[in-house]
Design a protein around this ligand. Sequence first.
Ligand SMILES: Cc1ncc(COP(=O)(O)O)c(C=O)c1O
Length: 429
Amino acid sequence: MRQNLLRADSTLLRYPIREVVEIGKQLEKRGHFSMVWENIGDPVTAGETIPEWMKKIIHDKATRCDTFAYTDSRGDIAAREYVLEHFSSEKVCTINDILFFNGLGEAINKILNNLPKEARVLVPSPTYPSHATAEAMHAGCDFISYQLDPTNNWEPDLNEIENKVRYNEQIVAILVINPNNPTGSVYQRETLEKIVAIAKKYDCFLIFDEIYHHMVFDGIESTLLYEIIGDVPGISMKGISKDVPWPGSRCGWIEVYNVEADVNFRDYINMLLLAKMLEVCSTTLPQKVLPTIYAHPEFDQLLKTRIQKYQQRAEEAYQFFKNIPQVRINKPRGVFYLVIELLELPYAQLEAKNKAVRLYLNELEQQTLQQDFQFAYELMGSQGICVVPLSGFGSQLNGFRMTLLQNDATVFSQTLQYIADAIDEYYQG
Ligand SMILES: Cc1ncc(COP(=O)(O)O)c(C=O)c1O
């Protein structure tokens, strides 16, 4: 090539949830075994079946000619009307303030990339990696973060948020993921109200990733941004990947709140719309079926059954790990993930499946790895379980995230046991 094609900041581009899979596949091949994939939040890959009524809705829509057309650039009108009526509020949002994207992944990138380079978004740590990576790539340097506190149910550190916002004029927005990936926490209303108050005080806008808004465990109260935002400008992000569940649809949307409250915010939102127009629109089919799926008489029960299963898994895992001294664990309050923190984690090795696996792991470990990456690789090579290291979620803490999605209760219990055995052996060195 006539020029170097790599951007100077290319090392910031990371997505560990899928990067571990590449390594896992190599290990499977060398060790002749089948990995238990605990890395990805995809209920369908984890074995959940799609009910016939849902397939029929999609089938019927797919046989109509208008499903093959473009939609309005903002998204299909009926889908936006449904979203406004059921997931949002006319007090802060109108039909024109809802914008559909090809998955929230696309929305995350557009939201960050259309900000000026100097305008920074304060993201949580740990965080869903797409947010941190998009923030870092747009700024051309490391992302700026606030800590979620594992000694306080992973609630955000409000003092840190306020101090960072107060002393860093470049911060224009605060990102909150609620219910949270990776920690499984669902924040107290009071915490969220305080974050809104900080945004108001320092003239920032809010970005609430609420893609898991339906995934809240029984007995847990949850608060959505539109309920507490008042007159502060903000964006709520939602989508159908997790609750329908249809991650392969690539369908998510943003609801912009109080767009007229600030001229700079309004101009920025107009840019987002122009950026979407440049691509014409997002995929039509999932938008067309969205109202019918959510309004179907069996949808609520389906969701309830799924959430009950995750809650049972969360309870089992919590009881299983809570007395292991090297581990810190918070019981999830929603979503379908569990973070297991590994305290004072050493570098060690586990007994590998065979010699070829050992040699490959040794090769990987020649580079300097973060402790929890080494643990995750060793866990794959010895127990055949793939998890995502906690440091891959932009955290300084060591540990890993597994899912609560496993459909087979026996396999889930076995997986917990294998992980506990691996932790025990690893700490013994
Ligand atoms: C917090 C969070 N936001 C956004 C996404 C991306 O969702 P989508 O499938 O709509 O791109 C995910 C996917 O795991 C997520 O966990």
